[in-house]
Design a protein. Structure first.
Length: 542
């Protein structure tokens, strides 16, 4: 029996100034109906380029397929296929969930309009039927209060909520193949478990095939039948998941399987002075209704939060999407309005004007969750990192600033020769390293790290965790580490604070909280993260 998708001798070359880069080198694989194939490898290995080739979404003619490259879907050759034929297949018979939902969703259209668009295009549904189908899909992927989300715009949703919208959009037409490029990167551990179970159920119901691109080997172990391990554009090992994981043959596969953030943070001084503190911190967003747009209720994103973070200490903030983690970090940096006391190095920040805050911003930095949308596409990496140096007058001249930039890139594992490239020329993990370099180059005292490792490979996660530890040892940095990845939190945090619905439900020393969680919500998070079992109903999706 012929495969649903057959890729043979796939080569992809990108034209770059001064030559060409071969991103994919002779990749071949088959995907059967109802099967799950995982492409695994670190950033830059060619996984996403291979997946984009299937739908012919690469930037042609800058990207080229060498002679002999073949992608056959259900008997149709896709390489060089007419655009009309490809449009009929894209989003209908083959759908894709992209890695970065904020840049994949249109900021000017509501959630309902974006999901319904593919239903109008391929199914020719009437507006009423399309609306009902959109609601069904949003509930299917675990988005709470689905009816209220229909008129929402992407910026009004959390990272995890946006990713669920992307999955709903991809599933709208019940495709034959779903290409999922890091589909659970932005999701909480409990929701991740539910989404993985959802994908399994959909496969069983519709016979849908799944092409999974991921750096999370735990997901591969749970979901995939077959795995292809890629590095530098080549497949170095392939076979059934059970065989490859139990008896890896290639050194690179063994390296991936061994890579995971380990160890513990550097010891914190219990007598160190408190650097950042909050008391009764609130961020309430008004809900307006009626013709006069009167305030009828509030979304209590942060509701009476208080803590104290010492110099040289890391506070891990965990909780599901919509729990208030990111809003808390933004409020502490005075990037959004809030009520309650915020103190930095003994000084009250909550009553300072923007002019008086500006000199303090060098000491207070943030690494955002989505690197692509937080990096200017019009600036090179060198210009992005240099911007802060110029604002705060660091470096006497361009040559001195360039030396500082190069050192920052080396510290985060990037080649200084790549400093003249632009964000779109990097993989997702490489872009996150640029974002980290932009923050650390200013040598701040306090950094809000908002899911800084969510887009990174396992081995790079471990490197970044070690880098953050080393910077903490060297400079006495304090971190507010926001994450849904409890393994990374365990490796980095001294204290942990668990948030749900804007409130703190549990807090304490990291070692004690991980070993003896008291609150049912905390126990549900721990079970989803460490027991490798699908958790349903343990926590409410936000």
């Amino acid at each position: 029996m012929s495969s649903l998708l057959s890729v043979r001798n796939l080569h992809v070359t990108f034209a770059v100034p001064g030559g060409a880069v071969e991103a994919v080198k002779g990749v071949s694989f088959d995907l059967d109906k109802g099967g799950t194939l995982a492409l695994v490898g670190e950033s830059g290995s060619g996984k996403s380029v291979t997946a984009l080739s299937v739908l012919q979404l690469l930037p042609y003619p800058m990207a080229r397929h060498a002679a002999g490259s073949s992608i056959v879907f259900d008997g149709t050759e896709l390489v060089g296929a007419p655009e009309a034929r490809l449009r009929d297949i894209r989003g209908n018979r083959i759908a894709m969930v992209f890695q970065e939902p904020m840049t994949s969703l249109n900021p000017l259209h509501t959630i309902e309009k974006q999901i319904a668009e593919t239903l109008y295009l391929h199914k020719h549904m009437a507006p009423g039927a399309a609306r009902a189908r959109v609601l069904e899909l949003l509930r299917l992927v675990g988005l709470s209060e689905a009816e209220k989300r229909l008129d929402a715009y992407p910026h009004q949703l959390s990272g995890g909520q946006r990713q669920r919208v992307m999955i709903a959009m991809a599933l709208a037409n019940e495709p034959d193949i779903l290409i999922a490029d890091e589909p659970t990167t932005a999701l909480d551990v409990t929701i991740q478990a539910q989404i993985l179970k959802l994908l399994k159920d959909l496969q069983a119901r519709f016979g849908m095939a799944l092409l999974l691109i991921t750096h999370d080997l735990g997901i591969v172990r749970k979901l995939a039948d077959t795995v292809l391990v890629m590095t530098k554009g080549e497949v170095v090992e392939a076979g059934p998941v059970r065989d490859v994981f139990a008896r890896p043959q290639h050194a690179y596969t063994r390296h991936l399987l061994a890579a995971e953030p380990k160890g513990a943070p550097p010891p914190a001084d219990p007598a160190a002075p408190v650097l950042v503190a909050a008391d009764g911190l609130k961020v309430w967003f008004p809900i307006r209704s009626g013709v006069l747009r009167r305030v009828t209720d509030h979304i209590k994103a942060v509701d009476g939060v208080g803590f104290a973070l010492r110099q040289g200490e890391t506070l891990g903030v965990v909780g599901e999407s919509g729990s208030g983690k990111t809003t808390l970090g933004l409020a502490l940096l005075r990037l959004i309005a809030s009520e309650g006391a915020i103190r930095f190095d003994g000084k009250r920040l909550d009553d300072l004007s923007e002019g008086r805050m500006r000199p303090l911003r060098r000491a207070l930095q943030i690494v955002f969750q989505d690197p692509f949308s937080s990096l200017s596409p019009r600036l090179s990496v060198a210009q992005i990192i240099e911007e802060g140096l110029k604002v705060h007058r660091i470096g006497r001249n361009a040559q001195e600033r360039r030396a500082i930039i190069d050192q920052a890139l080396v510290e985060v594992g990037l080649d200084p020769d790549s400093a003249e490239r632009y964000p779109h020329e990097f993989s997702g993990g490489q872009r996150q390293r640029v974002a980290i370099a932009r923050a650390t180059v200013l040598k701040p005292r306090f950094i809000v790290l908002d899911e800084p490792t969510s887009a990174l490979d396992m081995s790079v996660q471990a490197q970044v965790v070690e880098l953050l530890r080393e910077l903490q040892r060297r400079h006495g940095l304090s971190y507010l580490f926001i994450s849904h990845d409890l393994r990374v939190v365990r490796a980095l945090a001294h204290q942990v604070m668990v948030m749900k619905d804007g409130k703190i439900v549990e807090a304490g020393p990291a070692q004690e909280l991980f070993q003896r969680p008291r609150h049912p919500y905390t126990r549900a998070l721990m079970a989803a993260a460490f027991d490798l079992e699908v958790v349903e109903g343990a926590a409410t999706a936000q």
